[in-house]
Design a protein around this ligand. Structure first.
Ligand code: SF4
Length: 378
């Protein structure tokens, strides 16, 4: 019998009230009232169109991301979840995450999130430092530490995540560690600690920024990692640290090369079919297209030759060994399809093989791009 990979649902809410200078996500600045109801109606129609590609699988996790989903009224989020549950079967134990802007952390709103079934709150803090907030075009009032502390302490969410960035312009080691210390003192279950990357088509790309050099970046990473792990956070992925039992199920599904439906402007989906073909669905980025019913931008079948690279690009991000049987289960390819690539990765000391698993060596972790190149087809 064919077993398809586990299935998640990603929902993209594209609005923000300001564009951050480092952000290359598909977002739109809103000055007017957001057409929440209309957008939700189209999200559901979009979902209904993708359902026939899901083989009626259960949804194990939902991630409401953006943009800034917390700009929506909690009643709209409630309506969205209710409508989704009418269309697809959502596991009663599903992890349901919403991304929130620290500015939107209000008692009533956060309490309502919990009441409507959201289990994981992800707060985009980035930094607690006033000067750095200013560089990121975020104002001081963004981060009200006592307020965040009270709310996450009183409203006991199953899982709270803080997004914290490092490698900010003129950031010292002390400054980066101070951000982490403040985050740790607030005791979230999960911390996503990731490096600022300068992407094309962002304001930062066109600016001369005084970023920490590679030696200082390495020190920040090494010391930050030490601080987090000594404080009880396990690193389970390149940028993800969590207390035991609080890993993000939704992201793990991506990194295990699981399947997902992506709805909303610019969302992506990956859906394996019973015949072993893997379909990618890419939605239109523009809000106007979307709310005019033009959801799909592109739909295509992933070629077998591209699957190994995609598979390892995701699975090798995780710090646990990859089960060899999962390669077959998730790609529908035989292991002999990558025999030569695996041999090459082992001979270059990037990968270790056991009877059941593959694991990146220290060298493989340091030179991950070189390791991945081995799985690129000619
Ligand atoms: S709030 Fe987040 S999604 Fe919106 S522009 Fe800033 S970084 Fe991008």
């Amino acid at each position: 019998m064919i077993t398809l990979p586990p299935l998640s649902l990603y929902i993209h809410i594209p609005w923000c009230f300001k564009k951050c200078p480092y952000c290359d996500f598909n977002t739109y600045v809103t000055k007017n009232k957001i057409p929440e109801k209309e957008y939700i109606r189209h999200l559901i129609l979009d979902l209904k169109k993708d359902i026939n590609l899901t083989s009626n699988r259960i949804i194990n996790s939902i991630f409401i991301g953006g943009g800034t989903p917390s700009l929506f009224h909690y009643e709209s989020i409630n309506m969205l979840l209710k409508e989704i549950k009418k269309c697809v079967y959502v596991s009663p134990s599903a992890e349901i995450t919403i991304e929130t802007n620290p500015k939107d952390i209000e008692y009533k709103k956060i309490l309502k999130y919990k009441e409507i079934g959201i289990t994981r709150l992800s707060i985009g803090i980035q930094t607690f430092n006033e000067k750095k907030l200013h560089i990121l075009s975020r104002d001081k009032e963004y981060i009200d530490i006592p307020n965040i502390k009270t709310i996450i302490h009183d409203i006991k969410f199953k899982n709270v995540n803080f997004d914290i960035m490092y490698g900010l312009p003129s950031q010292s080691l002390k400054n980066a560690l101070s951000d982490l210390k403040t985050a740790i003192s607030l005791n979230p279950h999960h911390i996503s600690w990731y490096q600022l990357t300068i992407e094309p088509n962002t304001i930062f790309y066109s600016k001369k920024l005084n970023l920490p050099n590679s030696e200082n970046m390495w020190k920040i990473w090494k010391e930050g990692r030490k601080l987090l792990t000594q404080s009880g956070y396990q690193q389970y992925e390149i940028s993800s640290y969590a207390k035991k039992g609080y890993y993000c199920k939704h992201n793990i599904n991506y990194w295990k090369y699981g399947d997902y439906v992506g709805i909303g402007c610019g969302a992506h989906g990956k859906l394996t079919q019973k015949n072993g073909s893997l379909i990618r669905v890419i939605k239109n980025k523009g809000v106007f297209d979307f709310i005019n019913g033009k959801y799909i931008n592109k739909i295509y079948k992933v070629k077998d030759q591209d699957k190994p690279f995609e598979y390892f690009m995701n699975t090798l991000r995780l710090f646990q060994p990859t089960y060899r049987k999962n390669f077959v289960k998730y790609t529908f390819l035989k292991e002999k399809y990558i025999k030569k690539n695996i041999e090459s990765a082992i001979s270059q000391n990037y990968l270790q093989e056991t009877l059941l698993t593959w694991k990146t060596t220290k060298k493989g972790k340091l030179f991950l791009n070189n390791l991945l190149e081995i799985f690129l087809h000619d």
